[in-house]
Design a protein around this ligand. Structure first.
Ligand code: HGY
Ligand code: MN
Ligand code: MN
Length: 415
């Protein structure tokens, strides 16, 4: 084998089969997945992942947030491990690859190293971060956020889903409260492989995204309070319509994002209307605004403009208005040294690549606070994600995993 295993490649069929098998757990209704965090399906997926890791000769550690760490020993047990990983939880109408490619691609790297009998100085750890999506329990990247010290574990344990169930109770219910102290682990590096979840790589004809930055995000939960009333007999000038307020603010969010183009996005994704009855004017609406930009000034300006717009609409309509920030991270700059290694690996493999800013948030965005971190992306068909029709090709998955393999061989040091 030439120096540092440079001609080593992953087994693309085994990787694709693993992705297909995991997708059968918590299936959606249209070919994708609904394996939401801390559900029985999440637990089932965790057990399958743990089984595969054991079969690959790895030892498993779990922390008190349910983060899973499967270790492949290195020749120097004192050397800080090189981590790879992402998340196995999905959106309610999620795809098969968001997060999952990063976890199972990392497992495939280990399986390929095992096949080739390659030893590394640093241990290698494959990670499954709990509740990356934030769909059931806001905010997103909750467990990696606790690991990186952004949230306390108490805060995380007390987050509730739409049915009022607590994160801590649900984690205990599925039997995945580990014993490790969250954040105690120290890392040589963290590498996250992820599908792009946007259209750029495919449109540019690239196979690899070398992720230099991640855009920042605010999730603002807005509660508007009006008055339930009859949709038929209540005169228009006597209505205190929280649903109308939400509609106007939703439009303003879109206008604000458009006014900050390029590199700014905004939408309302989650809405709870009360009492949600066909012939009752909504007396209360709770909805979440998701605004993002790689530019700190734009991100902060959009937040201020959204809050001002919400208050103005509420005043116009005589509504009560409460705004709570339920998710946030500043724009992220990944480790320049690791970015160079990833770019070099793509070049060495002869893969078409480009630097890219991640539009989506990822666990890597938080881990970047506590360890040198980088991301590798592959295209997805039509840029579609957070949709059951999310698609990638086996070739894209294998190529990006090969880049991760070569990156790990360099950072973990082949012996
Ligand atoms: O919201 C995000 O960007 C990620 O998919 N959780
Ligand atoms: Mn993801
Ligand atoms: Mn996602």
């Amino acid at each position: 084998m030439s120096a540092a295993g440079s001609n080593l490649r992953v087994n693309s069929v085994r990787l694709w089969d693993a992705l297909g098998e995991m997708a059968l757990i918590g299936p959606g209704v249209a070919g994708g997945c609904n394996r939401q965090t801390l559900t029985d399906a999440d637990s089932q997926g965790r057990h399958l992942f743990a089984e595969w890791c054991k079969a690959a000769g790895m030892s498993m550690g779990v922390d008190t947030m349910g983060n899973m760490f499967a270790t492949r020993a290195g020749t120097d047990p004192e050397a800080l491990p090189v981590y790879m990983g992402s998340h196995l939880d999905t959106q309610p109408t999620g795809g098969r690859y968001d997060g999952v490619l990063g976890v199972l691609g990392a497992l495939e790297v280990v399986r390929s190293l095992n096949d080739a009998g390659v030893q590394t100085k640093h241990p290698i750890v494959v990670t499954n971060w709990t509740n990356e999506e934030g769909a059931r329990f806001a905010p997103a990247m909750l467990a990696s956020g606790v690991f990186a010290g952004l949230h306390s574990q108490d805060y995380a344990y007390n987050r509730t889903d739409m049915e009022g169930k607590r994160f801590g109770d649900e984690l205990a219910r599925i039997g995945w409260v580990g014993t490790e102290v969250v954040g105690a682990r120290k890392m040589q590096a963290m590498i996250e492989l992820h599908i792009e979840q946007g259209p750029i790589l495919e449109a540019e004809g690239k196979e690899i995204g070398v992720v230099t930055h991640g855009q920042g995000l605010w999730w603002l939960e807005i509660t508007l309070t009006g008055r339930d009333a009859h949709t038929g007999s209540t005169p228009m000038n006597m209505r205190v319509n929280a649903g109308l307020g939400m509609a106007r603010i939703t439009e303003r969010v879109h206008q604000i994002a458009m006014s900050h183009q390029p590199a700014a996005v905004g939408a309302v994704g989650q809405v709870q209307v009360f009492p949600n009855s066909r012939n009752v004017i909504p007396g209360k609406v709770i909805f979440t605004v998701d605004i993002r930009s790689p530019d700190q000034a734009k991100l902060d300006a959009m937040r201020a403009e959204v809050e001002r717009a919400a208050q103005a609409v509420a005043a116009e309509l005589g509504l009560g208005c409460a705004i709570e920030a339920v998710g946030h991270f500043d724009p992220v700059t990944f480790d320049a040294g690791l970015v160079k290694v990833v770019r070099g690996a793509a070049e060495q493999l002869g893969l078409r690549h480009m630097d890219i800013i991640s539009g989506a948030g990822h666990d890597a965005c938080w881990i970047n606070r506590v360890a040198p971190t980088v991301m590798i992306m592959c295209p997805c068909v039509g840029g579609l994600s957070h949709n059951e029709a999310e698609e990638i090709t086996s070739a894209w998955a294998a190529a990006a995993t090969d880049v991760m393999l070569q990156t790990v061989l360099q950072v973990a040091v082949v012996v």
